[in-house]
Design a protein around this ligand. Sequence first.
Ligand SMILES: [Zn+2]
Length: 318
Amino acid sequence: MSGSFLQSHGLSSTNTVVLPRLRSAFVAATLACGLSGAHAALTATVSVVDDNHLIAGLYDQIVSHVGAALTNWGQYIVGDANISVEVKVTDSVVRSAGASRASAFIREQNGIAVYGAGTAYKINNGVDVNGDAADVEILLNPNYARDELWFDPDPFARQALMPADKTDAVSVFLHEMGHAIAFNGWGQLPDGKLPGTYASTWDINTAFDAGGLYFTGAKAQAIYGGAVPVTWGNNYHIGNPVGVGSDLLNDVMNGVVFYRGQRYSVSALNVAMAEDMGVVVQAVPEPQTMLLMSFGLMILGLQRGAWRRLIPARRDCQ
Ligand SMILES: [Zn+2]
């Protein structure tokens, strides 16, 4: 598979293949976030891979923010799971990118093998299609992390006053987690043409019409009021700077801009799109019925290990 399953956010439309370097070290940390009660319990194990220690002061914050983003998405998805996330610090992306590391075969449809994101499959079905390997891969540019991102003093509560000149890190990780859960695939630009006889659950929910790609899932259309404009030149995102989809620039999965000083949240449209893509979703509990969230952070410390090449999501069909 030559194409990457990673999606960048923002104006960058790069499909990134990560060229590895020998690792000197990595820092691993574990974040346990549990929602007690009747709803899903998600925990996250987050590894920050930063060979050159470029963002050494940010590991704890990245771990907690990725965990908060995953917990946030977990409110909407049926199932319990521990999701392992690898955050790779690299200048191979301008800002950030995210993807599931594996895909799960869902069904055959009109001669096309349809795959869903391994992460959602694991949460919904309790089956980890790539075993002990990381479920989610996030690429993070070190300068972007250091100079642009704002780390919330409480990434779960998200109540603190945020500066007007920074981009909210929880929002960025919510966005990348969206790619890992469903917003991804192999459709080519500009028309979503498939590269072979396989497709993602996103790909089969898109159609090209009058110069643009649209997400046509029924639940999403019901929420949006019609087919949802996919970002021009930036598949797997929604919204455009002008014209169709310009009303979606405040959506966390928009492919145009993250406004500084603004928090983004998973939207009803995002959840509807995920449901169209086969993710089993649930109603979000009202705040007063949510039990206290337990939150623990454990630094596992430096480890050395045999690392393999970071690769785009493996395809079970190959
Ligand atoms: Zn993106």
